[in-house]
Design a protein around this ligand. Structure first.
Ligand code: M6R
Length: 367
């Protein structure tokens, strides 16, 4: 049931701190030990042989894969490709020895993802791993290794808690592989694990931005087009924010890596088009700030989800929502949440059917 919430989507957004705790509970002890046995009995033999990772998924799950690529490459030093299942399944892929094939899916029944897995099983991959929210789903049954996101049932068509729990599992996997590859020493590993463990509490803090985001949504609902900007692992976070907005508010939204602005999309910017940016405090913040300046100089209206220590002040045409300073590993998970709230509240103002947006199904079991 929806309990006291007006929509399942809102309930599911607010459940995120607790389902993150549930998701990590079988993967990490409170003392910070990684519990790799959860991957299944074959994992101990397979993990040391992983040389590359291929991730395949659809929609929001695909965006989780794109974020994970940054983690797998930087923390584990493993080359990683990410592709939408509907493309992957129909092309001739060149498989490198030692490639772990990973599917991501909330439902475990998405037709294209399942077809990609079935193809992969005879294509020479090292092993198949499903990261999934539904135990006993086709994807879980047919994969060699599995990791469950314990997000609980997700009813809203727009995926929220399934996405952030997938990200938590992927961050965990990057740490497991990083240790396996000898890329993370004990001190760094302990720091990264502590970052994951701190996340649920930080999410609770971010959920408190809701009233301010709801107020902003009033002025947003009449807009026709929006740009979402991010850099690094926050580029796919921006992509996910844009997908959420399209899906439930029917406002056209496009995401760009902020460094691409000058290569085309800047031409679109005027005072009628809001530009949403995801701006955590990381190595790319200064670069992102200069991208935002480019938008301001063209009269663009900025809405920034920004690290509270980034030193950005509200001014005419620029609104900042401060988020706590968090480690790089967990920032993409944290910054996804205000974007979910933004699309929810814009949809609410527009009066769309939030939990069942037009033309969409929760589980896409046909091609
Ligand atoms: O169940 P899956 O994660 O495999 O579903 C994949 C997509 O259909 C799904 O994420 C879709 O994009 C959502 N409606 C996004 O909110």
């Amino acid at each position: 049931s929806k309990g006291d919430y007006r929509h399942f989507m809102l309930k599911e957004i607010h459940e995120q701190p607790e389902v993150l705790v549930d998701t990590l509970a079988d993967k990490l002890t409170p003392e910070g030990t990684l519990l790799t046995a959860v991957l299944g009995p074959e994992a101990a033999e397979l993990l040391p042989r992983v040389k590359q990772v291929q991730i395949v998924a659809c929609g929001t799950s695909y965006h989780a894969g794109l974020v994970a690529r940054y983690w797998l490459e930087s923390l584990a030093g493993l080359p990683c490709s990410v592709e939408v299942a509907s493309e992957f399944r129909y092309r001739h892929v060149a498989v490198q020895p030692g490639t772990l094939f990973v599917t991501l899916s909330q439902s475990g029944e998405t037709a294209d993802t399942l077809a990609a897995l079935r193809f992969a099983k005879s294509a020479g991959y090292l092993a198949t791993l499903a990261i999934c929210n539904v135990p006993g789903s086709s994807l879980v049954r047919e994969s060699q290794l599995r990791l469950m996101t314990h997000a609980g049932p997700e009813i809203g068509v727009a995926s929220t808690k399934a996405f952030t729990t997938q990200l938590a599992v992927l961050a965990w996997l990057a740490l497991v592989l990083g240790r396996e590859q000898g890329r993370l020493d004990e001190v760094e590993l302990a720091e990264q694990i502590a970052a994951l463990q701190a996340l649920p509490e930080q999410l609770r803090q971010v959920l408190e931005l809701e009233p301010a985001i709801a107020e902003l949504a009033n002025g947003f609902a009449e807009k026709r087009h929006t740009l979402f900007l991010g850099r690094g692992a926050h580029y796919p976070v921006a992509m996910e924010g844009a997908l959420k907005l399209k899906e439930i508010s029917y406002i056209h939204a496009e995401a760009y890596a902020a460094g691409e602005l000058k290569h085309g999309p800047l031409a679109l910017v005027d005072d009628a088009m809001p530009v949403v940016s995801v701006a955590p405090s990381d190595a790319l913040l200064e670069k992102l700030k200069s991208n935002l300046q480019e938008v301001r100089a063209r009269g663009g209206r900025l809405i920034n989800f920004v690290c509270e220590r980034a030193g950005l002040e509200d001014e005419e045409g620029m609104r900042n929502f401060p988020l706590p300073k968090v480690p790089e590993l967990t920032a993409p998970i944290l910054y996804s949440v205000p974007l979910q709230l933004l699309s929810y509240h814009v949809a609410l103002v527009k009066g769309t059917d939030v939990d069942k947006p037009r033309n969409l199904a929760k589980s896409v079991t046909v091609e």
